[in-house]
Structure formats: structure tokens, C-alpha cells
Design a protein around this ligand. Sequence first.
Ligand SMILES: Cc1ncc(COP(=O)(O)O)c(C=O)c1O
Length: 371
Amino acid sequence: MSTPASGCAPAGAAQPHQVRPAGRPDNAWVSQAIERIQADYQRSADTHLIALPLQPYTAAGIDLYFKDESTHPTGSLKHRLARSLFLYALCNGWVNEGTTVVEASSGSTAVSEAYFARLLGLPFVAVMPRSTSAEKVDLITFYGGRCHFVDHAAQVYDAARQVAAETAGHYMDQFTYAERATDWRGNNNIAQSMFAQMARERHPVPRWVVVGAGTGGTSATIGRYIRYQCHDTQLCVAEPEGSVFSAYHRSGDASLCAPGSRIEGIGRPRVEASFIRTLVDRMIDVPDGDAIAAMHALGRLLGRKLGPSTGTNFSAMLTLADEMRQRGELGAVLSLICDAGERYRHSYHDPAWVLRTFGQPTIQNPALADL
Ligand SMILES: Cc1ncc(COP(=O)(O)O)c(C=O)c1O
């Protein structure tokens, strides 16, 4: 095992919650809070599975699909996670009437948690890198949350712990708890929903599911569900430049560190406790230029703006689809639209910002050149 680089605290090193009284939270407020979240869920609709008929893949018997997680009330796949984390914390007795909820985030989870904090009338503080998109900051503020900025993604954990200590609040800690707060066996989780929506397709059981990893919670939920259902589906994580998960997947060394990703929402500088490497069949490294080109290409194909983690997914999907075509394999490849491009109007959708941040983009994935 290598030595952790300085400033790179191992994932899940400290207990994120304060010492609270043991036993059942004998509290009508907690019951009402759980009921309020369940009622909010009851009012919700499921997200669409969008088919992307793309020649020449369709002609070769390969179908591409995206589960559109941008249509949740808070605009990203993190709506599901935020609901699960609040329910988990409430049932554990970690959040109570008046508790300040604190979260370390690259922005999307914080937007969704701010929504649920407002639903319950709780103060909320988001601890995020200063580079987080202005649109996400505005949404957190809109839902009544406060933003606390740090200079680098690796500083969010300690800063969140400190803000929680100062406010006598609760550090939600998505990076530790995402994989266990979500019900992976079913309960209409993202995996169960997408497999059910495939039922009438020509390849109802997908060959591949492709996701990005921030906490690793989405990949853990889908990976476990695939095995639990004994599906013949493989799970691929699309990995942005600068993230540690690929190296960890190869080595199993949880003390590894990396510079950190420039694709907002996915890729981490340290190995997160919620990233379960044994559930991931394949990692595909996606260069930043390919992620941004794929974001635009898919946006043109679907007639709407998308976020950069969705572009990363799409580039990896095309790599897999090309490999399948070369081998003469038929089947479906599924992925996620994680969020919409409106959140990134002043960043990934601004050519001047892209040039300043990434330099002149180059495209390495040959499948993107054909689109
Ligand atoms: C936009 C976006 N896509 C994908 C992910 C990855 O999801 P997970 O945290 O479940 O690994 C995140 C995580 O924050 C995200 O914000």
C-alpha cells in the first residue's frame, strides 16, 4: 500500500456525525419529516428512458438508451440520493428538528439536499469548490441554503466536518453513505426502474450499463442490482481525466490520490468509501476533450443542452458500441443523462471558458469524429 499524499485523508476516516443519544428518536417531528419526504415521493413521476437510434449502430443490432435523470424536481440524478440520505439520517436519529445539515459536494447533491432541507424546514450549508458552476450556487441559494467555498475539491471533507462542528449540525457525508443509504435490491431505485423500462425493447437485458462515479453510489446501486437479479449485464464506469478511481480499480490501493477531475460531478481526488470497485467490470478513461465533444454531439442529436458528465458517459458508450460492432455482438447499451446543460451555460457551454480551462480541445475517440 502506498502512503497517502499529504492533505489526502482516506475516505470514511472520521465519523461524520456527532455523538448523539442512543436509542429510538422518540420524536413526532422525525415521523412527520419522514412522512413529508414520502409524500413528496408519492407526488413524483419516474424519469424517462430515451432511445437514441443512431446509425450505423442500430443497423448492426446495437441500441443506445439514456435514462433522463435531469427531469427530477432538482434537475439531476442526485435528487434520488438526497432523498435517500435524508431518510437514512432521519431514521438513524442523526437529523432532528432544527439540525443544520451540512454537505460536501461538487454542487448537484447540494442542490438536491437544499430542496429536501427546505421541505423539512432545516438550515442547510453546502461546502463546495469555488469553481462550482454559478447556476448551481444560485439554485442552492434559491432553496434557502448557504454556500461555503474551498479552493480545491480535496478540501471539502475537512471543511464540511468543521462547519458541522461549528453549527452543532450534521455532516451528511454523501461520499461515505451514498452506497448504503440507497436500497439497491429494488424499491424503484434507478436500476430497477431502467431494467423495467427496457422490458419491451428488442434487447430487454442490456449488454452494458455506463455511469460516471462521484461518490460511486450510482455505480454501486446498479452493480448490486445487476448481480442480485442475475442479469447478464456488465457495468462500466466512465472516468474523467484526473480522477483516482481508474487507478484504484486496477490496484485496489485505497490510499491512492489524484489531482482531481475537471468534469463537474464525476471523478474524485481520493478513493471514496462509496465506490465499490468489485462491482465495476470495466473502467473507460475519457479525455476531457472527448467528454466535451460528446456532450455537444449528444446535445445536437437530442436537440437540447446537456451537462459534461453526460458527455463523458456518451463517449464511453460509443467506445463500447464500437467494440461490440467489431465483434459482431448485438445488444443494448444504457447510460444516464445526469443533468441538463442549463447548469453550465457559463462554463462548459461557453466556448471562451472551455478554451481558458482546457486549452484547444482535441478529440481522441474516433467514434465521435463520425457523428
Ligand atoms: C452531474 C453528476 N453526474 C454524475 C455523478 C456521479 O454520481 P455518484 O455520486 O452516484 O457516483 C454526479 C455526482 O455528484 C454528478 O453530480
